[in-house]
Each structure stands twice: as C-alpha cells, then as structure tokens.
Design a protein around this ligand. Structure first.
Ligand SMILES: C[S@@+](CC[C@H](N)C(=O)[O-])C[C@H]1O[C@@H](n2cnc3c(N)ncnc32)[C@H](O)[C@@H]1O
Length: 477
C-alpha cells in the first residue's frame, strides 16, 4: 500500500510567478521557495462517527502507512508525500477522509456546534462540508451548496461513504442563495479563487493568473461574501476563506466589505498551534484597515502545508426570517421497512431513533429529525439511502449497512483480511461456518471485517459449503 518515492518539485512558470509576486510578502523568500519545491504531505482525518482517531492510527500503521498526528487538529494525521490512503480498505469503509491540512482551518474557525444549522455556500467537492457534518455529530443541518452540479457528485459519494444524516446538497449561484432559506447559525464562504496556495500539489497543474481573471474572481468573491453575511443570523459567524496568497482576493475583499457594511465585525481567530501569520495592511500602494491584522494567513514555509487565508466575522443587526422547520414524517411503509431491518439483522431497537425518512423516487432516505430541508427547487439530495427499492424484501443499501451494521447480531458475516480484499473486489467467497453469525441458509447478510461494516452480500449455504456473493458496489469511491 505504502507510498511512491518523492523527488523535489520542479518549479514551473506558475510557481516562479508566485515566488516573484509573493516572495517579499512571505517574509522569507528563500524559505518560501524551498517550501514550494517540497512535495506536500498527505493529510487525512478520522471519521469520528465510526472510529476513534487512535484506532484509525493503529489500522493505518497495520496497512503500512506512517501517520503522525497533526498537533492542532485532534482527528487529523499527516502521512509522507506520495502515500495513497485513498486506495486502502479504510477509505472504502468510510473510516477516513483525505483533505489538505491547511484546508482544515476554515471549519476550525467556523466552530460549528451540535444541532446548528449551517450553510456552506461554495461547498464542492465537499471536504469542508464533511468536516461540518462531523462537527455537528451527524445532527442538525448542513446545506452544502455549489453552482457547479458536477463538482458536487464526489461529495454525494462521500456522504454515502462517510454516513451523513444531516446534509442536504443544493445547486445554485451562492450570490443569489434565497434569503427565505435562512438565516443560518454560521455560514462558510470558501470562495472560488486563483488557487495559488495549492501550487505544491505539483507542476503543470497551474498557469500564471491573468489580471482580468483575478478581477472577475474578485467581483464574485465580494458578491458571495455579501450574501453569506445576509444569510447569517445576528450573533452568528461567517468565515471567508481562499486557498490563494493574493491580497486582492483576501484582505482587499474583507476591507471592502467592512467599509460598506456596519452589520459585521471582524474578530480575532482563536489561536491554534498551526504556524500562521496575520493579514497584511499594505499591498502594491494600497492600504487596508488595521483591523485586517485579525485575519489569518497560512504560508507553506511556516506551516509545512499549502497556502490559505481566512477571516472570521460576527454578524450584528436585526434578525431575518427563520428557515422553515416543516419536517417530513415517517410513513407507515417506511416504519415497517425499518422494523423489518431491525428484526432481520438483529439491530438494537433504537437504531433509527432520532431519524426521519424522505422519499426520493424509489429510494427511502434517512435524515436526522432536526435536519431542516429548505423548500427550494434547487435541492439535489438529502441524507443517507436506507434502501434503494420497494421490493417485498428490500435490500439494505451499502451506505446504511456501513452506518448501522457494526451493531447487527443476525445475518452477519465476519471476513479475514484476504477475504475482505476479495469482497471489496466483487469476488464470491467460501466461508467457514464460524464466520457466519446467525445466518439464514440463503439471503442478504451484512459483511464485516475487524468489527467494522463494509457492506452487504448474499449468502448461500449448501450441505458442503457456504458461499458469499459480494454485493459491494462497482463504482464505490
Ligand atoms: C474553493 S472551492 C470550494 C471547496 C470546498 N469548500 C471544499 O472544501 O471542498 C470553490 C467552489 O466554488 C464554486 N463556485 C464558483 N462560483 C460559485 C457561485 N457563484 N456560487 C456557488 N458556488 C460557486 C466552485 O464550483 C467551487 O466548487
């Protein structure tokens, strides 16, 4: 599994331009250059809904990885550059998510609390929305919006893999996100930007940023931040972030917003153990408010990560309309399906407590009872699929099996390491009798390994053998 050998990164034209433009601003041009030449470590975090970080650390080591804990983020680990945890079974089983370390900061600053209602205005591919869903402990509401529907597809897959019951995805221009759908307790505006802070991802991935493109981005960034503030409740928090070094897209946007609005205050972010510096107050002859010292810059040579910028604001002023809290109900059919699953798999009777169901075509979906789905045409999907069909004996979905199957006491099989690899590569297996826990002679089973649920299979017992057909999805991320 391990890692590919890593060489120094050859600086391309885009990297040279970044060094030229920001070398002095970085405070140490030589160290900044050296950092951009150094391959980026891989960062991942434990899905704390399913596994404790120390347990994940042990499993990563057992799989041949070399994790070191991230000091400022208790669930996160750094792996050497070139490590590929995305290929391991730990990733398939939804135990971890890969995310650049610097990109963890905005949600840390947003500080979501259990049960809150949070909007991620520019959410795709969804890593920060995933962090928020976890911080809310799989309850409350995350609205993950992005104007590019195609860019939300990987997040839809991550919701299934990680088991989120508190996320609704929407697709629309964030600058026009309807005020009637708010207000939200907190809003994240992780806006589109020139992406110069991600230059360590390797050569050939970037081109120098033309001025007219940056100007176009700045218009968008301002409009998105204005709407983020409009959508936040009084006393609520707005975090603006980018993965670029450009003051025009960072301090200058915040400076413009502070001078045009009196209903928002920039606050000093809580200190982290992360190597950051404060925002700047001068750039290319332009001066910004001294308050901008309350913003945060992440420089690769100080933090060992990519580059980032974040500003934390608190909203003041009169309250706007509250999000509709009309909640969908559990119909009698859905309740029956849930009860059948509880009985068939010997799940604890309270397995689905605190959840409600939503119909989406033939699918029956589960969401947290306090999850509020906005009444918008642009809603794409909500929650986790319980079952994908309406057959008389419905099949438990892979994502529901993974989310709830570790507690099953009937119709369960436990696989060893080799069998797990075969199951995940869709092969049929032969089982020994002691691997089957209270299994019927033929039927669906929950498939586990090391006590962790991987998905669903079909068992068939004959006089001599017991076989397991893998029903693990072909296109699982
Ligand atoms: C920096 S990325 C967001 C990364 C994301 N927050 C994450 O952590 O995975 C910016 C996103 O803004 C989206 N975007 C661009 N213009 C937008 C708009 N007007 N409204 C909403 N989203 C927009 C892009 O499609 C892109 O996915």
């Amino acid at each position: 599994m391990g890692q590919r050998p890593q060489r120094k990164i050859e600086l391309d034209e885009a990297a040279e331009t970044v060094i030229e433009r920001y070398g002095d601003l970085s405070g140490d041009k030589a160290a900044f250059t050296a950092a951009l030449e150094t391959p980026l470590p891989v960062c991942l975090w434990a899905n704390s809904l399913r596994i404790k970080s120390k347990e994940l650390e042990d499993k990563l080591i057992a799989e041949g990885f070399d994790p070191s804990p991230v000091a400022w983020n208790e669930n996160a680990y750094r792996l050497p550059p070139g490590s590929r945890p995305g290929r391991s079974w730990l990733h398939k089983a939804g135990l971890l998510q890969i995310q650049e370390e610097a990109a963890l900061l905005p949600v840390k600053l947003l500080a979501p609390q259990r049960g809150e209602c949070i909007l991620d205005l520019c959410a795709a591919p969804g890593n920060k929305a995933a962090q928020i869903a976890i911080a809310l402990e799989n309850r409350g509401t995350v609205i993950a919006n992005d104007s590019h529907v195609g860019r939300l597809a990987p997040f839809q897959a991550a919701i299934a893999r990680l088991g989120f019951l508190n996320v609704t995805t929407t697709t629309m221009d964030g600058a026009q996100f309807p005020l009637e759908a708010g207000p939200f307790d907190r809003v994240l505006a992780d806006v589109p930007c020139s992406g110069e802070g991600t230059i360590r991802k390797g050569p050939g991935k970037h081109t120098p940023v033309p001025d007219n493109f940056r100007d176009w981005l700045r218009g968008k960034q301002r409009a998105l931040l204005r709407r983020a503030i409009d959508l936040c409740k009084p006393g609520g928090r707005v975090v603006y972030s980018t993965c670029t070094f450009a003051p025009e897209e960072n301090e200058e946007i915040i400076d413009a917003i502070l001078s045009e609005r009196s209903d928002v205050e920039l606050i000093s972010p809580e200190p982290t153990l992360f190597g950051t510096s404060t925002g700047i107050s001068k750039w290319q002859g332009r001066c910004y408010s001294q308050e901008l010292a309350n913003t945060m810059r992440i420089w690769p040579h100080l933090s060992g990560t990519g580059g980032f910028f974040a500003a934390v604001m608190v909203k003041s002023g009169p309250s706007s309309k509250v999000l509709s809290d009309k909640t969908p109900e559990i119909d009698a059919n859905a309740r029956q399906v849930m009860e059948n699953f509880i009985k068939y798999f010997g799940l604890p009777s309270e397995t689905f407590d605190g959840l409600q169901t939503v119909r989406a075509g033939r699918r029956l979906k589960l969401v947290a009872t306090d999850h509020r789905i906005p009444e918008l045409e642009e809603v794409l999907a909500s929650g986790l699929t319980l079952t994908g069909d309406s057959a008389k004996v419905p099949k438990l979905s892979t994502e529901a099996a993974m989310a709830f199957g570790s507690q099953a006491t009937r119709n369960v099989v436990d696989l060893d390491d080799d069998q797990r690899t075969s199951y995940l590569s869709h092969q049929t297996l032969t089982l020994s009798p002691d691997q089957c826990i209270a299994c019927n002679d033929r039927g669906y089973v929950i498939v586990r390994s090391e006590g962790l649920a991987l998905g669903v299979g079909m068992i068939q017992k004959t006089a001599d053998t017991t076989s397991l057909e893998s029903l693990f999805p072909q296109n699982w991320p």
